[in-house]
Design a protein around this ligand. Structure first.
Ligand code: SAH
Length: 207
């Protein structure tokens, strides 16, 4: 997976490659899909949600330019795979998921892997996690029509926000760097992508 799907497509961050080469992705997919765990695409994880393609996880993680001492907010825990990648690379992860059952499963998986630097919350992640803010990095793993204002505000100056921005059927992965309070920054387009919609105040309606 690391050679064919990540390095060949240009992922260079050696820490990201090392972590994705050692984390057991099969722990994060449902029993009946075990043999597809390293498949080059997203997989269904139940409740109509998906675990992202390995390449997309690598690209988003690399885009965050992590050094290791960051506090990171993640929106959309899902299977917890991206959460585990982040937790292996940074100081602390705060992760928010809308669907309680998904987050419970993810929490068990991370605990089993001995990743203890993760804080979990069930709720609407587009509102952020103000009590724990400001964050060094924010990663949104569900599609948003625009960058949610609370997330821009809860990012440190100099921080990076990565999110798939655009309509429900297809988005552009955006990297936004904050230059000033409360919400000044500049955006960069990284790639085309297709994520499940964020359902919430700064996302889409259910259905
Ligand atoms: N990063 C995940 C994939 C996430 S799929 C992984 O690696 O497995 C997107 C997730 O965002 C879904 O689990 C969905 O339930 C969740 N989601 C949708 N709207 C949300 C919201 N407003 N707040 C938090 N999570 C949300």
């Amino acid at each position: 997976m690391v050679e064919e799907q990540l390095i060949r497509r240009g992922i260079r961050d050696s820490r990201v490659l090392r972590v994705m080469g050692t984390l057991p992705r099969e722990h994060f997919v449902p029993e009946q899909l075990q043999r597809y765990a390293y498949y080059d695409g997203p997989l269904e994880i139940g409740a109509g949600q998906t675990i992202s393609q390995p390449y997309m996880v690598a690209l988003m993680t690399e885009a965050l330019e992590l050094r290791g001492d960051e506090r990171v907010l993640e929106i959309g825990t899902g299977s917890g795979y991206q959460t585990a990648v982040l937790a292996s690379l940074v100081y602390e992860v705060y992760t928010i998921e809308r669907i309680r059952d998904l987050q419970e499963e993810a929490r068990k998986r991370l605990t089993a892997l001995g990743l203890t630097n993760v804080h979990f919350r069930v709720g609407d992640g587009s509102l952020g996690w103000s009590e724990a803010s400001p964050f060094d990095r924010i990663l949104v793993t569900a599609a948003v029509p625009d960058l949610p204002p609370p997330l821009k505000q809860q990012l440190k100056v100099g921080g990076i926000l990565v999110a798939p921005v655009g309509p429900r059927w297809g988005q552009i992965l955006i990297r936004w760097k904050k230059h000033g309070e409360p919400d000044q920054g500049s955006a960069e387009e990284l790639t085309d992508c297709a994520f499940v919609p964020l359902v919430g105040r700064w996302g889409y309606r259910e259905g």
